[in-house]
Design a protein around this ligand. Sequence first.
Ligand code: PHE
Length: 337
Amino acid sequence: IEKEALEKIANANDTKTLQDIKVTYLGKKGSLTSVLRGMGKLSKEERPVVGELANQVREKITTTLEEKGEKLEQIALEKQLEKEAIDVTLPGRPVKIGGPHLLTKVIEEIEDLFIGMGFEVREGPEVETDFYNFESLNLPKNHPARDMQDTFFISNELLMRTQTSPVQARTMREYGGNKPVKMISPGKVYRRDTDDATHSHQFTQIEGLYVDKHVRMSDLKGILDTFAKKMYGEDREIRLRPSFFPFTEPSVEMDISCKVCHGDGCSVCKGSGWIEILGAGMVHPNVLSMAGYNPEVYSGFAFGMGPERIAMLKYGINDIRQFYTNDIRFLKQYHNA
Ligand code: PHE
């Protein structure tokens, strides 16, 4: 029995086989166990001899099994270590880092420009009342100019704001009618437009408002000229064309001279050489007085621009939907812009 067992142990290559061997020889029904069980049938003289021999054999098999088991475990461990070895000299995998959205960057750039000229940044709600979005801006109910901005109404009195201009009215009311106001207000606006390359049912605007004693139209022109040159380059010029907004009088639209420069030179953009970029005007007396400012004492200018449009002109983007569809290939181009 001993010889046979030791041979099997020597040939065993895994712990499962070792376990089987253990059962075959030392288990409850194992061959050595049955020898020990059969002891009762032996004579008094034979019993101690056979007993001692059987115990020696059991011990031998047990220790050999243990030794072999340890050896197998050792081998298994070495194999595993080999398999899991880490080559610390391999170059690391680059970590992909995101960046702010182009629109966020342009809005922040515009904010910085106006903060530098003494404007404070104010925000207002996107779900707005009819009063602030329209009535306080000289657009009473049924005013035809409401059609200029097709509106998502939530109820009779609540709507998704169609412009950032309500923040003008809110801010003036908060200031109480006897302090100058100099603010810009960036944020999302909503209109019932069908999405295409130049329209989106949701886009952003930045409103500007300056109210004080003796604010004149030339102040508006100076601020806008500074903005255009800082945003697009010192060689740009602006022109103001007469326009209409219910909350400003007179109202203007501002064009910027468009010279498009690429690496290999500059060319003037197609058409007239001017591109419209924002609406503005002198705050309407009705808007001032509804907000508690006496139009005999105070005057002001306001303007509103679309950061998407500003960004499209600056970076040659031809489809507004690029800002919202989050194509990483588009977004990545502007990470270092
Ligand atoms: N709110 C106007 C619009 O959305 C823009 C504007 C703002 C015009 C302020 C004049 C003054 O079209």
